[in-house]
Ligand binder design. Structure first.
Ligand code: PYC
Length: 412
C-alpha cells in the first residue's frame, strides 16, 4: 500500500485513477439497489464478488455516502443485548477487521476499546447481562469497575462529584472507529471494477409492480426494467417501500453529532453513556467526535440545533471536566429509521422481487459489511441465511421481536 502511494505521489503525470467511473444508464439490470450508502454498495460488491452477479445498478439520489454513511460517528462494535444481535454484529466486526487487506486500501479501522458507562444500579445490571450474553457468543466484553476505567481512560472523572457518578462499565476491547468515507469508497471502487454501475444524482420516483412482482423502477433519468429491487435507504426507507406497496413499521428521527477543534491526542478509547446520552471518541485528526440521542420528535430535518449542542456539552463536561475551553467546530444530523424493537428489517417482503435492508435506527453504519454480504446471499440464492432470519419483516405480526433498545449507545 505505502509503495503504491509513494509511486502515485511522485508521478505527477499519471495521477491515481478515479475510484469509480460514471457509466451510461442501461434500460434494464438484473438487480437495482436503491441507496448508494455503505449498505447498498456492500451488497453490490458481494453480489459481484461472491456470486458473479454484476449486472447491478446502484441508484443514489445525491452522491454516494451522502446519507447515513457520511453522517455517523463511525463506531463499530458487537456488544449487543440479544444473542441474535451479538452474533450478527460480530460477523460485521470480523468483516471490518479484514477490510483493509481485502480492499488493499487503508480504511483506518482502529480497535481501541469501547466503554458503555453505568451510572445506576439498573444500568450496572444491564451491562453485566450484556457482558454475559456477549461472552456466551464468544465476544470479548466484560464488566469493569471505575478504577479500571480510570486506568484505561485517565482523563475521565470517576469521582462522586458529578450528578451521576460512574459505577462501572461494559468494556468491549474489539470496539473501534473507522474512516467512513474509506469504507464507502472501497466498496464503490471494487464494485465498479467488477462491473457494477453506480448512478449518482439518480432518484427513484416509483417502483413498478405487476401481479405482485417487481418489474421496474422509474427514476428521474428514465425507467429501468428489473425483477429485483433492494431498498437500502435510510431516512426515506418508508417512502421507497410505499412505492412498492409495502408498509414498514418505521418512524424517522434526526440524530445529531458534532466535532470539536483538533486537540492533542488524549482519548484513545470510545466512551459512551446511555444515561448522559453521549458518545465520544477522538479522531486521527485530534477532533472529538461526539453525539447524543435522537431528537425527541419525528422529522426529516438534517439541521443542527443549539439545544443539542448545549445539552451535549453539559454532559461531556460531567465526564471530562477539563474540556471546558474546547470549541465545537461543526455539527450535523443524519436520519434514523427507528423500528419498534430497535432492530433492523432485512429480507423478503410480500412483493416478489422487492427486498429490504432498512430500519437501522442508530446502528446502520456498523452493520454495512454483514448486511451487504448476507443480503447478497439472500438475493443470489433466494434462501434466507440463518443470521438474517430473526430480522424478517413478518416478526412484527408474529410478536417475535429482537429487542435491542438496551444496547443503544444512548437513551431514546
Ligand atoms: O450504536 O454505537 C452505536 C451508536 C453510536 C452512535 C449512534 N449509535
Amino acid at each position: 500500500m505505502s509503495i503504491k502511494l509513494i509511486r502515485q505521489g511522485l508521478n505527477s503525470k499519471h495521477p491515481p485513477p478515479p475510484m469509480w467511473t460514471p457509466k451510461e444508464m442501461k434500460s434494464s439490470y438484473d438487480v437495482v439497489i436503491i441507496g448508494g450508502g455503505a449498505h447498498g454498495l456492500a451488497c453490490a460488491y458481494y453480489l459481484a464478488k461472491d456470486y458473479g452477479i454484476t449486472d447491478v445498478a446502484i441508484i443514489e439520489k445525491r452522491y454516494i455516502g451522502s446519507g447515513g454513511s457520511g453522517r455517523n460517528t463511525t463506531i463499530i462494535r458487537s456488544n449487543y443485548l440479544t444473542p441474535e444481535g451479538v452474533n450478527f454484529y460480530n460477523e460485521s466486526v470480523r468483516l471490518y477487521e479484514q477490510m483493509s487487506a481485502e480492499f488493499d486500501f487503508n480504511v483506518m479501522f482502529s480497535q481501541r476499546g469501547h466503554f458503555t458507562l453505568a451510572h445506576s444500579d439498573s444500568a450496572v445490571r444491564t451491562m453485566r447481562r450484556r457482558a454475559e450474553v456477549n461472552q456466551i457468543q464468544g465476544v470479548d466484553s466484560r464488566f469493569i469497575q471505575p478504577r479500571e476505567i480510570k486506568e484505561l481512560c485517565p482523563a475521565i472523572d470517576i469521582s462522586n462529584h458529578p450528578r451521576y457518578p460512574i459505577m462501572g462499565a461494559l468494556y468491549h476491547p474489539p470496539g473501534g472507529i473507522i474512516r467512513h468515507d474509506a469504507v464507502v469508497w472501497g466498496y464503490a471502487h471494487h464494485a465498479d471494477r467488477m462491473g457494477v454501475h453506480i448512478h449518482q444524482l439518480t432518484e427513484a420516483q416509483d417502483i413498478i409492480v405487476e401481479d405482485n412482482q417487481v418489474v421496474g423502477v422509474q427514476t428521474n433519468r428514465g425507467r429501468i426494467n428489473t425483477k429485483i429491487v433492494l431498498n437500502a435507504t435510510a431516512g426515506w426507507c418508508t417512502t421507497i417501500s410505499d412505492m412498492a406497496g409495502v408498509r414498514l413499521p418505521v418512524t424517522t428521527f434526526p440524530l445529531q453529532a458534532c466535532v470539536t477543534e483538533p486537540l492533542k491526542p488524549f482519548l484513545d478509547v470510545i466512551i459512551v453513556s446511555g444515561s448522559l446520552h453521549v458518545y465520544v471518541s477522538q479522531s486521527d485528526r485530534g477532533e472529538l467526535v461526539m453525539g447524543a440521542s435522537v431528537d425527541p420528535f419525528a422529522s426529516y430535518s438534517m439541521k443542527g440545533s443549539l439545544n443539542f449542542t448545549e445539552g451535549l456539552a453539559g454532559h461531556i463536561l460531567e465526564l471530562f471536566p477539563s474540556l471546558g475551553h474546547v470549541r465545537i467546530l461543526r455539527q450535523w444530523a443524519g436520519l434514523c429509521d427507528m423500528t419498534p424493537d430497535y432492530s433492523p428489517v432485512m429480507g423478503f417482503t410480500p412483493v416478489k422481487g422487492f427486498f429490504v435492508d432498512v430500519g437501522w435506527g442508530t446502528y446502520g453504519f456498523k452493520a454495512s459489511p454483514v448486511s451487504g454480504k448476507r443480503m447478497a446471499e439472500l438475493i443470489a440464492t433466494q434462501k434466507v441465511p440463518d443470521i438474517l432470519a430473526p430480522f424478517r419483516l413478518s416478526r412484527f405480526e408474529e410478536f417475535n421481536l429482537v429487542g435491542e433498545k438496551g444496547a443503544a449507545s444512548v437513551g431514546h
